[in-house]
Structures are given as C-alpha cells and as structure tokens.
Design a binder for this molecule. Structure first.
Ligand code: SF4
Length: 273
C-alpha cells in the first residue's frame, strides 16, 4: 500500500488528468460546483479551486430537517476556511415551501427533489460555463449497470465525465469520474475535512441502487478493477453512438429549457399550490 503522501499526490493527479484528458475545464471557463456539503462535492470544490482558483460553490437547501441544514452548515464552515464564495438557494425561497412540507407520500421524494434542484442549479449557474458535481466511480459504474438493467437507453448514453452541449443547459462535469469512493473517503480523512461521511438523506429510496452497489462491491473484491472496466467499456461504446440531438423549447412559467409548455419542475411546483 502506498504511503499517505504518495496516495494524496496520486489521487490529485488522477483528478487533474481526468479534467485534462476529457477537457472538463478549458481556458477561461467559469466553474461552479454543485455542493451538498457531503464528501464528494466538497472534495471536487477543494481540488478545482486548488487547480484553477476562482471556483464558486452553489448549494441548494431543499429543506430536509436534520440533514441538509447540517450539511450546509459544514459547507459554510469549509468555504469560510478556504476563502471560497458560497451561494445558497432554497426551495422555500424559490417557491415558498420546503421539501419536507410538500411530500405527502404520493410522489417519489428523489424525483421531486432532483427535478427541482436541477432547475434551481441551472437557473443560478447560467453565468458559468460548467457545473461540476461530485459523482465518483462507484456512483457512475452503478448508474451504468442500473440503466442497463432497466433499459434506460437515453440515460445510459447521456452519461460520462462531461455532458453534451445542449442549448439552455450549463454543461455538467464529473472530475471524480475515475475515483473510487473508498479513495475519496481516505483523501478527505487525511485532509481532515469536516464533512459527514455516513449520514444519508432520510428520503433516500435505496432498494435497487443498494442491490447494485452490493453486487458491484462484492465483485470488485474478487475482480479488482471491475468498476473501472465498466466505465472504460462504457466510454468506448459511447464513441460509436450517434445521439439524437434533443431540442428544447422554453417553459412558459420559469423560462428554463423544457420539452413541453411547462417544465417538469414547474409542473411539480404547480401541484404543490
Ligand atoms: Fe433529494 Fe433524494 Fe437526494 Fe434526499 S436522497 S437529497 S430526497 S435526491
């Protein structure tokens, strides 16, 4: 096993090489990091700011009592210590209600939460060229398998370290694409980042992802490198896929990109009134 110092150097190089090899950040790009206060996005924030400087943190407070308030507080402390600008937006300020208040058991919490959070991120990242997220190799290899198992072809082909350019959307980048979760944990522990490593969202619906995660973790134990192989194979197949360009109109309420008259987020918001 490598020493802690060697590990830190190798880890940072891996992230830097991913950024460079996939052109995640280009000269002059203004980069915002979608932060939750958790280990992965905090690490992306730290490293991109270390590599390029001037990175801004953008957080969305969905209003999940006892969970998001705590992680955003950790993020505020971290950004203060690092001298990084933090902008926080909330469901309550955007449409008058927290996630806790709108859930009545009739909708999947993650669908509502993810859809509205994406809308808010896209809206406030409009002055930036890239939005970086904290997805790591474990998340991404699980996603490839989940999309395969469920035949979600659109989602399967629309994944990778960088999203395509679609008018109305800020491009998404994933600098931790080739980093194993256990290495992320090791790095943040070595650096002493004050982030919560275990507490997860009370609304998380885990059954399917949990099964896939356990399957992959088990398989990785006896076949070291299988997560990396999945992503490399996925990327090589992706090169030969001709993605149909989706064209978006504009939502009649928020003005954001939308396939219909009302975007998905505004449909949810309307149903909460
Ligand atoms: Fe939102 Fe679901 Fe993530 Fe919780 S687990 S923060 S509800 S997307």
């Amino acid at each position: 096993m490598d020493s802690d110092e060697e590990f830190v150097v190798a880890f940072e190089k891996k992230v830097f090489d991913t950024v460079k090899n996939f052109n995640l950040v280009e000269k002059g790009d203004r980069v915002v990091v979608a932060c939750s206060g958790g280990k992965d996005s905090t690490l992306v924030l730290y490293l991109l700011n270390k590599f390029f400087g001037g990175v801004v943190a953008l957080a969305v407070d969905e209003g999940i009592k006892g969970y998001r308030d705590k992680s955003i507080n950790d993020l505020k402390i971290f950004c203060d210590e690092q001298g990084i600008e933090l902008r926080v937006y909330s469901f309550a300020e955007e449409f008058g209600k927290s996630l806790d208040k709108v859930l009545d058991g009739s909708v999947n919490p993650c669908t509502v939460c993810g859809t509205i959070r994406r809308q808010i991120l896209n809206k406030y990242a409009v002055d930036f060229d890239k939005i970086a997220t904290g997805h790591n190799m474990d998340d991404e290899s699980q996603a490839v398998l989940m999309n395969l198992f469920k035949s979600n072809v659109d989602l399967l082909w629309n994944s990778g370290p960088i999203s395509g350019k679609v008018e109305g959307f800020v491009q998404r980048i994933k600098p931790l694409y080739f980093c194993l979760e256990r290495d992320v944990v090791r790095y943040v522990k070595l650096k002493g980042f004050k982030v919560c490593l275990i507490k997860s969202c009370p609304y998380r619906v885990t059954a399917f992802r949990k099964q896939v995660r356990e399957l992959l973790d088990d398989y990785e134990l006896s076949n070291v490198g299988v997560k990396k192989n999945i992503l490399e194979k996925h990327l090589s197949l992706l090169k030969n896929v001709n993605l149909k360009k989706r064209t978006f109109g504009y939502c009649s309420v928020c003005g954001g990109p939308s396939l219909g008259k009302l975007c998905k987020a505004c449909q949810f918001i309307k149903s909460f009134k």
